[in-house]
Design a protein around this ligand. Structure first.
Ligand code: HAM
Length: 476
């Protein structure tokens, strides 16, 4: 029998250990809870980008590639040099260039203060940054005209819908240093060339002249006088525009505003004589280039820096839907207003997202992508290693090769080869790796041969050429 005396100290000991454990557990729980209370509530992780921004997936890339190629061809044909600008600039550069009272500055720009205290903005357009770069790098000493091409993402906090995004991509063509309207005609011709190269039909060019800043100020006074006593009939936005940016009322899409504008004095009647002549000559040049256009006296554009020529490119369909694919104009005073030399300039931006959308809507055909006609299969560790070198050898000789190096079984590799519809399968096993040979299987005729690795390129080319002859004969 176990005596009570013997049990008691042990029990006592157990109790104190249990107490210690209990204390530890309590301490840990309290610490956990304090940590939880101190840490902010974990935000749920959304598996999507911010509203109005999106991924451009591999399936859409062939369209983007076609756009980029057409832009590269235009750069070459018309002599534009590429410039890349930062996506972030000081906020006051945009405010000074685009102007207060515009939607872009008042409502759409993404602005913030950096940790270092700088007031910066994501670029809502390219022109301001381009003008800054022109001045900063002393481009005024270069032979004129200076033709620059830029491309990249822009950010505007707009209400997203199809074809309108908070992050969109633009391609911009800009020319600095000459104010002859022949440049205006040439740049519109370039825009036409790009859209037609992309296979887009039903394109409309609208052009207008908004004169010099002085003639615009004069007209603004006339317009305000006309609209002031009927301002209750304007939409809320236009009532504000009457104070901040009266010219924008001219291209308001609201019916009631459009009606009031109809009876307003016309801008064209208030243009200065020089702008009138400039505009007339532009139209003569466009006629010479056989560019069809519509003169659109109501068009003013939404950015303050424009003077004289402004234009927009629309895609239309039979049901009255119009999509603005691009727009631009002259900005002869911008460089000077930012502190540079007097430098006339003209440019335009093409909305790349919209070009792609229009191409897809119009079922535009894409070029066939180059597909590999050769598959390289390997079996065993040594063969796997050696096939890396063979792959690179074929690549260097301009032969596109598909492979499935991650797979071990020959059967599953040949399944991939069949799915890819290749014309030649190369098989490298342990024996071939040691002998420095390769098995070549002509997948069209089903014949097979073994060649030494140094003759591989010649042997592959021979089979591919032979198959071309067979295909050509079949087509006869
Ligand atoms: P913009 O008219 O504001 O001009 O934009 C040019 C084109 O970019 C539009 O016609 C449209 O196709 C596209 N775009 C504009 N906003 C969006 C958006 N939120 N989503 C998708 N596409 C959009 C300018 O930006 C001027 N800086 C062009 C310029 C260059 N002027 C002289 N040089």
């Amino acid at each position: 029998m176990i005596s009570k005396k013997k049990i008691l100290p042990q029990a006592k000991k157990k109790t104190s250990t249990a107490k210690k454990i209990e204390k530890k557990v309590v301490k840990k729980t309290v610490a956990k809870e304090m940590k939880k209370a101190a840490a902010p509530e974990k935000e749920s992780l959304l598996m999507q980008p911010p509203r109005g921004m999106r991924d451009i997936l591999p399936i859409d890339q062939p369209y983007w590639e076609k756009v980029r190629k057409a832009l590269a061809v235009a750069c070459q044909e018309y002599g534009y040099n590429r410039i890349d600008l930062p996506a972030l600039e000081f906020t006051n550069l945009f405010v000074r260039s685009i102007g207060e009272g515009t939607d872009v500055i008042d409502k759409e720009i993404y602005s913030f203060v950096t940790k270092g205290g700088d007031k910066v903005s994501l670029r809502p357009e390219m022109t301001a940054g381009l003008a800054r770069a022109y001045i900063q790098h002393g481009m005024s000493v270069l032979p004129k005209p200076i033709r620059l091409f830029s491309m990249g993402p822009l950010y505007r906090y707009e209400r997203p819908q199809e074809g309108r995004y908070r992050e969109h991509f633009q391609a911009n063509f800009d020319v600095f240093g000459e104010d002859d309207p022949i440049l205006d005609a040439q740049i519109i011709h370039l825009a036409q060339r790009v859209v037609s190269q992309l296979g887009l039909k039903n394109i409309e060019f609208r052009i207008n002249s908004i004169g010099t800043a002085e003639s615009r100020r004069e007209y603004e006074k006339v317009l305000i006088r006309h609209l002031e006593f009927q301002k209750n009939k304007l939409c809320q936005n236009c009532r504000e525009r009457l104070v901040t940016n009266p010219l924008r009322i001219l291209d308001c899409k609201e019916d009631k505003c459009a009606q009031l504008v109809q009876s307003a004095p016309k801008f064209a009647e208030h243009l200065d004589q020089e702008s009138k002549n400039h505009f007339k000559r532009l139209q003569e040049y466009l006629d010479e280039l056989e560019v069809t256009y519509v003169v659109s006296p109501q068009m003013v554009r939404g950015l303050d820096y424009y003077t004289r020529t402004v234009f927009e490119i629309f895609s239309t369909d039979g049901e009255g839907r119009k999509t603005a694919l691009g727009g631009g104009g002259r900005y002869d005073r911008l460089i000077q207003s930012l502190g540079g030399e007097e430098t006339p300039a003209i440019g335009f931006g093409l909305g790349m997202d919209r070009l792609v959308l229009e191409m897809q809507r119009n079922n535009v055909k894409l070029h066939q992508e180059l597909k590999p006609k050769v598959f390289l299969a390997q079996l065993g560790d040594l063969a796997k290693k050696k096939s890396l070198r063979l792959f690179s050898e074929l690549q260097k000789n301009g032969i596109l090769v598909a492979e499935s190096f991650g797979r071990g079984s020959l059967k599953s590799q040949m399944r991939v080869a069949n799915r890819l519809n290749v014309e030649v399968a190369l098989i490298l096993g342990q024996k071939e790796a040691l002998d420095e040979t390769v098995i070549l299987k002509d997948m069209v005729s089903g014949t097979q041969e073994t060649v030494t690795q140094d003759k591989l390129v010649i042997a592959v080319r021979k089979i591919l050429k032979g198959n071309q002859v067979v295909v050509a004969k079949k087509g006869e």
